[in-house]
Design a protein around this ligand. Structure first.
Ligand code: PHE
Length: 445
């Protein structure tokens, strides 16, 4: 079974669930609802789905095939195909982006740990007080980092795969249950309308960027996560079919998270534009009113923690795989060094929620606060930039013909026939769309 000593997924379902585990995370349940809220609701949802289908899915297939072909980390993958060129720079950008995203993602992941504790032991602290408390912020950040390190030290199959297998389906069921309950809340219909009835006058250039950034973030694209995860797939796997399964489950969970949040939001009277605090301000209030709410709340935050963990693991795995493959470090050393870098990079974000005034108020890229700036810089800009180069690389340098050779292995005839359309998307549509959206933020149009 082993292709080489790097490790390989134990089963087909194991791989799909691990990749879906990377994709499904805070991006779906924390980020998607607040970004949707900030961008006007239903019209944004349509744009988002469009970005997933036209750009996300093709890039996902491109990353997975590049990874399986080379069985390497993002830097090594580019090197293997064109040594002595600037292309591995795209891989380096991915490694850097991994640390960048992880550094603020762990802060939010820490909030989910904190909210699990607060659901069990009620606290009189408001959300704003909670996030401004440096001991809690840093403590939970470090705790979540520790959990992530523990899983990544375990390696590919035993560490990552085992966790994803049955916890993702459990999250799905719990979200459905909460939707059912939230629909019965007073004022729920207003939320459903906001979420599902598009008002196209709300679409601006920044809306499109937000939709594209959200698609990249949610599908874990543009920084080589899927190159890395692809490098652990066996040659028996049908790549396009796996990619569709991953994208479908990710988008479904995000869509359902919206159905869960928006009715509740209007019912408890929180503003849809309230930003990163949104989910944390809304859901605990729902749990309070709900019969058996404590148990539901505990189950919800537990599953959210697991969902976040399968994502932080995939974020840490990219720089670790790079150091293990390219620098021949031991997994252990790589994990510890990246963890220390993540702590350094993450402290300003952890202290940016009212603890340290400068980190809280600093403005850049249209965002206020260090955490929001990191989020904009790495998720909305760095991921699409990486994705643009991945498309150009697979479309024009490695070539979709060669990519197809790889995709053909393990795929059936019917799937292959559809790949002509994929070639067209990767070569022309994706680069043009991504470039246009990026140029737009720099005010070119
Ligand atoms: N996709 C993850 C989420 O939605 C976050 C992530 C982004 C993971 C990029 C890996 C790479 O939570």
């Amino acid at each position: 079974m082993e292709q080489n000593s790097r490790g390989i997924w134990g089963s087909r379902l194991g791989f799909i669930l691990a990749a879906a585990g990377s994709a499904i995370g805070l991006g779906n349940i924390w980020r998607y609802p607040y970004v949707t809220g900030q961008n006007g609701g239903a019209a944004f949802v349509l744009l988002y789905v469009g970005c997933v289908l036209l750009v996300g899915l093709p890039v996902l297939i491109a990353e997975l095939s590049l990874g399986r072909k080379t069985t390497l980390n993002p830097v090594g993958a580019f090197k293997a195909i064109v040594p002595k060129s600037l292309w591995p720079g795209v891989g380096y950008l991915g490694v850097l982006t991994g640390v960048g995203i992880l550094s603020f993602y762990l802060v939010i992941a820490g909030w989910t740990l904190g909210y699990l504790v607060r659901t069990i032991i009620p606290s009189s602290e408001s959300f704003d007080q909670f996030v401004a408390n440096p001991y809690e912020e840093i403590g939970y950040f470090l705790a979540f980092l520790g959990l992530t390190m523990y899983v990544v030290l375990g390696g590919v199959e035993k560490g990552i795969e085992r966790w994803s297998k049955f916890l993702m389906p459990a999250l799905f069921v719990l979200v459905l249950l909460l939707i059912g309950y939230n629909f019965t809340l007073e004022g729920a219909s207003k939320g459903i309308e906001f979420y599902l009835k598009p008002d196209f006058s709300k679409i601006q250039g920044s809306t499109v960027l937000a939709a594209l950034g959200q698609a990249f973030f949610s599908l874990s694209l543009g920084m080589g996560t899927m190159i890395t995860y692809g490098s652990y797939i066996s040659k028996k796997e049908n790549i396009p079919v796996s990619a569709v399964a991953v994208a479908l489950s990710d988008t479904t969970i995000a869509f359902l998270a919206g159905l869960m949040i928006f009715p509740a939001l209007f019912s408890v009277g929180v503003e849809p534009t309230s930003g990163p605090a949104l989910v944390f301000n809304v859901l605990p209030r729902v749990f309070e009113t709900m019969p058996g709410g404590t148990i539901v709340g505990v189950a919800f935050f537990l599953l959210l923690i697991i969902a976040a963990l399968t994502s932080t693991v995939s974020l840490l795995e990219v720089p670790v795989a790079f150091l293990v493959d390219e620098k021949k470090w031991s997994r252990k050393k790589a994990v510890w060094v990246i963890a220390l870098m993540t702590i350094l990079a993450g402290m300003p974000s952890a202290l940016s929620q009212g603890t340290v005034a400068w980190f809280t108020n600093v403005e850049f890229l249209g965002q206020q606060g260090f955490l929001s700036i990191m989020n904009r810089l790495f998720s909305d800009i760095s991921l699409p930039v990486g994705g643009l180069f991945i498309c150009l690389f697979v479309g024009w340098v490695w070539g979709t013909k060669n990519a197809l050779e790889e995709i053909r292995i393990g795929a059936d005839e019917q799937t292959i026939r559809l790949m002509g359309f994929w070639q067209f998307l990767v070569k022309y549509v994706c680069p043009v769309v991504i470039a246009a959206v990026l140029l737009n933020i720099f005010g070119v149009f």
